[in-house]
Design a protein around this ligand. Structure first.
Ligand SMILES: NC(=O)c1ccc[n+]([C@@H]2O[C@H](COP(=O)([O-])OP(=O)(O)OC[C@H]3O[C@@H](n4cnc5c(N)ncnc54)[C@H](OP(=O)(O)O)[C@@H]3O)[C@@H](O)[C@H]2O)c1
Length: 281
């Protein structure tokens, strides 16, 4: 496994396994155990995924020592604020039966996220969390939270895939030393990404799948991809990306696929915020 170094010196695996939309229960525990067994060390969950207990069960059952794993969760909008945010992180630790979390992110730039961030800073200083950060913070929100708090976020997790490449956002992350993570690297299978001819042509040169080309493209951009699969053979495929190198020409061809917009929703649109807020009302 390769690593990236966060702005506080902490090493984070350069690829991760996500558990969004894997229901709480045996399937989730089995998927996380399979992911660890094929070599994943970074596991990405969230309070809102409702599967922290199953993720924790896999971590505790695995023979891989806890200190070799890198566990992320995210504070959901309904838990925003100093008191609620702090209590929710303690609850996440309890559900996962863990002594510490490697990374805690604010899931969305909504509600009292400043309060949440203060709670995270406090737990970070106490060593209950080894790194803190944000998710879905576009450059304006990211710079706001960076400039008006003591601890600079170590990570920001945003949608990055060939159709939404986030090139402008990348420069802001670089400026402030904030590590980017990519959610939905496969656009959750939308837009026929797994058969896209541009990616296929590149993949044929290296005998790699479209999924592998996308993950390698992110890796070479210095972005940590989080891929999800419940199938062990796909987990193996998705981590088998360290034995080849895309050329500048390959990277340029992939750049041409950029639509510069989300395939899901835009966090800056009023209707998106209303929809997210309606989930907690
Ligand atoms: N911060 C946020 O707001 C946010 C939002 C979304 C996601 N995330 C994180 O990012 C992670 C990844 O994103 P995602 O789960 O939304 O979607 P994704 O990883 O882009 O796509 C997952 C889909 O691709 C399929 N798949 C995986 N590998 C494949 C392969 N090699 N060939 C063909 N199909 C393959 C999976 O099916 P099978 O499972 O059936 O294999 C699943 O349907 C999440 O699990 C979560 O941890 C964060």
């Amino acid at each position: 496994m390769e690593f990236v170094t966060l702005n506080n010196g902490l090493k984070m695996p350069s690829v991760g396994f996500g558990v969004f939309q894997i229901p709480e229960g045996e399937e989730c525990t089995r998927a996380v155990l399979d992911a660890i067994n094929v070599g994943y060390r970074l596991i990405d969950t969230a309070q809102s995924y409702g599967n922290e207990k199953s993720v924790g069960a896999a971590i505790n059952e695995s023979s891989v020592p806890r200190e070799e794993l890198f566990i992320t969760t995210k504070v959901w909008i309904s838990n925003a604020g100093y008191e609620k945010g702090k209590a929710s992180i303690e609850e996440s630790l309890k559900k996962m039966k863990l002594e510490y979390l490697d990374l805690v992110l604010i899931h969305q730039p909504l509600n009292d996220y400043y309060g949440t961030y203060r709670a995270m800073e406090e737990l970070y200083k106490k060593g209950r969390i080894r790194a803190i950060g944000t998710s879905n913070f576009y450059p304006d929100r990211l710079v706001d939270i960076t400039l008006f708090n003591e601890v600079i976020p170590q990570v920001n997790q945003v949608e990055v895939n060939p159709f939404n490449q986030q090139l402008e956002a990348e420069t802001v992350h670089e400026k402030y030393g904030i590590q980017m993570e990519a959610w939905a690297p496969f656009v959750e299978g939308k837009n026929e990404i797994f058969t896209n001819p541009v990616l296929k042509k590149i993949g044929n040169k290296y005998d790699k799948s479209n999924a592998q080309i996308i993950l390698r493209w992110l890796l070479q951009r210095g972005i940590v991809p989080l891929a999800k699969s419940v199938k062990k053979e796909r987990m193996e495929e998705n981590i088998n990306i360290f034995d080849f190198q895309l050329t500048d020409d390959d990277m340029n061809k992939i750049s041409e696929l950029d639509n510069k917009k989300s395939s899901f929703f835009d966090h800056r649109e009023a209707s998106s915020i209303e929809r997210l807020a309606s989930l907690i009302r």
